[in-house]
Write a protein that binds this ligand. Sequence first.
Ligand code: PHE
Length: 468
Amino acid sequence: MQNNPDQFTSKIGFVLAAAGSAVGIGNLVAFPVAAAKNGGGAFLLLYIFFVVAICLPLILAELSLGRATGKSPLGAFKQVSGNNKAWAFAGALSLTTPFMIAVFYSVLTVWLLGYFILAVFGQLDRLATPVYFGGFITSPWIFAYLAGVIGMVVLVLKGGVRDGIEKASRLLMPMLFIMLIGLAVFVLTLPNASAGLKFYFTPQLDRMTWSVVNSALSQAFFSLSLGMGILITYGSYLRKQDNLVQSAKMLATTDTGVAVVAGLMTLPAIFAIYPDTNPSELSDSSVGLIFSFFPNIFMAMVPKFGYLVSSFIAAMFFLLAFVAAITSLVSIIEVPVAALKAQGQKTRNKALGLVIAGVLVGAGLCALSFGQVKWLSEFAFYGGAKKSLFDVLVDVFYDTILPFNGLLICLLVVWQWKRHNMGAEMLASNPNGTIGWLERYTHVAIAFWIPAILATVFVITVINKFFS
Ligand code: PHE
């Protein structure tokens, strides 16, 4: 049991791997900026409320479904629905969602790797020029970086669960924590950093609108990698004796902790360099912030620290974001790999080869959708604008389908699998056999307000994105 290569070796091994998935660009940039724009401390409290009230029960549902069936989402859905035709659709979604997210997320990861390498090679001044990003993402170099990123993912996933995913997470996650804390400490020593802290922690209740509430929930949902099938798949790699409820709590705490600490790095950095920043004017897009705004922040450090030190800080930041992204990418590519492997009874390497070939083609097309190829750049038209293939994948799969998948999980657990089976799975690994508050809460919430809220979010997103 201890040495099964298809399982995590311990609870900590699992938590590090799942945190590798959960900690991503969302934590490092999207969360701090959303908090600064949307009411500081009030947003923070709302976010934590959603993590506990909505996300923790869903983490538990996904993990217990995975562990009880020992299957990837596709197999798990089939098994608990008794091969019900209506649920075959959900099974298909559980395969296409992670695949499509992997496609556009690899493009983001490629850009981060590129900016890291360019910062290392002394190109910070060029990164900080306004036109650089547009040229960079349309240059043929992108494909070399893509080969590098996919090569790294293959290297990890070829090793399987214990010797690949867990081993890489045990190495990379502590590295990520150290870099993050190092950068936060550095930033906090800059003059005027406290202005950022003030914005971060002062609750501004007047900014609490319905759309802020919605964005806090979506942010928590994405940040915890919910609705992507990742936690079902990772749950199937959890040993029976590892405590599910504790693991879920540790995962939620780590992910939220990283997001909160990232705020101590990102916001003071912005305010130390641009004391007059009005947070509500910061870009909504993490892409714009990371690749256009941040290089300027590092460049503005040059008069004080010199070019070398500033480039070093920039390189550290991009490496941190790259590590966060690649561990997320690994987890999402593992979902279709696991499904194909089980489905066609293929070897791991065969399944991996097939998925990677697909991701390479998809990511290649996505990478060409920034003006180089017309039909990819003007792939669709909705919401009053032409959308590139990249935009479509983000809008459809990341923004819209994820909450819908969350809703499907609730329905599946309540109507098909039955909640007492979920309860039994949670209890299976509980040493003293007592039922805690979270298990009790999950039992009720998953049948009532969680699906109702997710359905509402889904409908509102569809209307706003595609019909406004
Ligand atoms: N949780 C990640 C984040 O916060 C999102 C993600 C996870 C994206 C896994 C892709 C794959 O950025």
